[in-house]
Design a protein around this ligand. Sequence first.
Ligand code: COD
Ligand code: ATP
Length: 192
Amino acid sequence: MKKIIGITGGIASGKSTVTSFLKSRGYEVIDADAVVRELQQIGGALYVAISDTFGPTYFLADGELDRITFGQAIFANPEMRAQLSTLQDKLIQDALFDRCQVSQSDLVFMDIPLLFEKNYTGFDEIWLVYVPKEIQLERLMKRNNLSQADALLRIDSQMPLDDKCALATRIIKNCDTIDMLEIQLTAIISEI
Ligand SMILES: CC(C)(COP(=O)(O)OP(=O)(O)OC[C@H]1O[C@@H](n2cnc3c(N)ncnc32)[C@H](O)[C@@H]1O)[C@@H](O)C(=O)NCCC(=O)NCCS
Ligand SMILES: Nc1ncnc2c1ncn2[C@@H]1O[C@H](COP(=O)(O)OP(=O)(O)OP(=O)(O)O)[C@@H](O)[C@H]1O
């Protein structure tokens, strides 16, 4: 029987860094953010839903979704975020379920940032990639070139990482170097 491990965390807590390592070791990873981006490409199901609901404001001249201005609007406006959630959540969940179903691997990792917020179920284990909020803020500001205020809007739109700890099977601490992260992952992989 297929084993499914959910990987979650907070924005910029290090989920992609964890999944890059897993992929480098040959494991299959389904990445929810990548699936969302795919479905938001021109003509994709999410692209059409966003265009029909929000009109042309958030699209570039070449027709692509303008992720920068759309992202800024979504994180600054809880009502718009809720509206987007109504539009997208079911389509995203169905797409992730389909990807998992067609996978031939015995062990599949699913990187789902909003796993707890959106009540995803069906995992054999859930791994939480954890960092304290100060480090999360610093890494997010640096990676996305965001002001402190904009980075905080994104962090505070999610369930606090400290609250997620109680819901996870394993907690992977990513406060130190990437080498230290990989040492933890190697130890965990030997246990599963
Ligand atoms: C708002 C959008 C356009 C912003 O795009 P952008 O390129 O700036 O960010 P990206 O897609 O790379 O997401 C980065 C991170 O933001 C966080 N995030 C994304 N959407 C949300 C949200 N609605 N609420 C809280 N956090 C979110 C996640 O931690 C994610 O890993 C996009 O993230 C989106 O459509 N989000 C809603 C879809 C969703 O639910 N994604 C998460 C799948 S579980
Ligand atoms: N241990 C670490 N030390 C220093 N920088 C790190 C460490 N782990 C991750 N980073 C950096 O922090 C940033 C966030 O990491 P990553 O992109 O893996 O997070 P994420 O959880 O996948 O983010 P998102 O939810 O936004 O997709 C990246 O720029 C990454 O290179």
